[in-house]
Ligand binder design. Structure first.
Ligand code: PGA
Length: 250
């Protein structure tokens, strides 16, 4: 059984003081849920959120990390630093990192391997652009992102990987993939993972959907066989909007 996993990617929103207030409110609201819940604040907001969530089961993740552990890398933050704050989860390969900061599959793969060797849990994002989808390249793009992103990751290490399928054209646009389209992409990714690893790994793998997930569409998405969770951007920034997503099954 794959446990539902709902994550909130705050992106560049929430100051440390705003994050602390929000996290406290969220912790109270989601108390007792059966769903695994994660929030990913900006780096500087992480300590305040960790403090605010003491005693809560909500996982705090970073939105990114360096491909190096220390040294002359201006502006970067390492796994060592995150772990020192108690952070063991990291989102890697988000489409905004890929599109706006030029991160490619090989670079993301280096971070994935580093995070795993540092004992961290990885939420690896994949997804096609509209042009790629319209050109019939959906499977080609997903295959490349999965194969290259997971290069060198062992079957054993796959238990520390979550994949987030986020069609780029659905992120922050209000356009969601239909539950059927999303499920088809998830099924394809799962079959790919089965080919690369084995049936057991593929069946255990949590694949989240991301891209304009909200209270009104989460239930239909989560009812699909291969959709195990959601990576939520905009709607994760208010308890009012995020709570019904976490409670999609109520
Ligand atoms: P969105 O973002 O929910 O605002 O579309 C999702 C994401 O980028 O993870």
């Amino acid at each position: 059984m794959r446990k539902p996993y709902i994550a909130g990617n705050w992106k560049m929103n929430m100051t440390p003081s705003e994050g602390a207030v929000f996290a406290k409110e969220l912790a109270k609201a989601v108390e007792g849920t059966n769903t695994k819940v994660m929030v990913a604040p900006p780096y500087v907001t992480i300590p305040a959120v960790v403090e605010a969530l003491k005693g809560s089961d909500i996982i705090v993740a970073a939105q990114n990390m360096s491909d190096n552990l220390k040294g002359a890398f201006t502006g970067e933050v390492s796994a060592t630093m995150l772990k020192d704050l108690g952070i063991t989860n990291v989102i890697l390969g988000h489409s905004e990192r890929r599109a706006l900061y030029g991160e490619n599959d090989a670079f993301i793969n280096r971070k994935v391997l580093l995070a795993l060797s540092e004992g961290m849990e990885v939420d690896l994002c994949i997804g096609e652009t509209l042009e790629e989808r319209e050109a019939g390249k959906l499977e080609e793009v997903l295959s490349r992102q999965v194969e290259e992103g997971l290069k060198g990751v062992s079957a054993e290490q796959m238990q520390h990987i979550t994949l987030a399928y986020e069609p780029v054209w659905a992120i922050g646009t209000g356009k969601t993939a239909t539950p059927e389209d999303a499920d088809a992409a998830h099924a394809f990714v799962r079959s790919l993972v089965e080919k690369l690893y084995n049936k057991g790994v593929a069946e255990e793998l949590i694949i989240q959907y991301g891209g304009s997930v909200k209270a009104s569409n989460v239930k239909a998405l989560m009812s699909k066989e291969h959709i195990d969770g959601a990576l939520v951007g905009g709607a994760s920034l208010s308890v009012e909007q995020f709570l019904p997503i976490v409670n999609f099954d109520k």
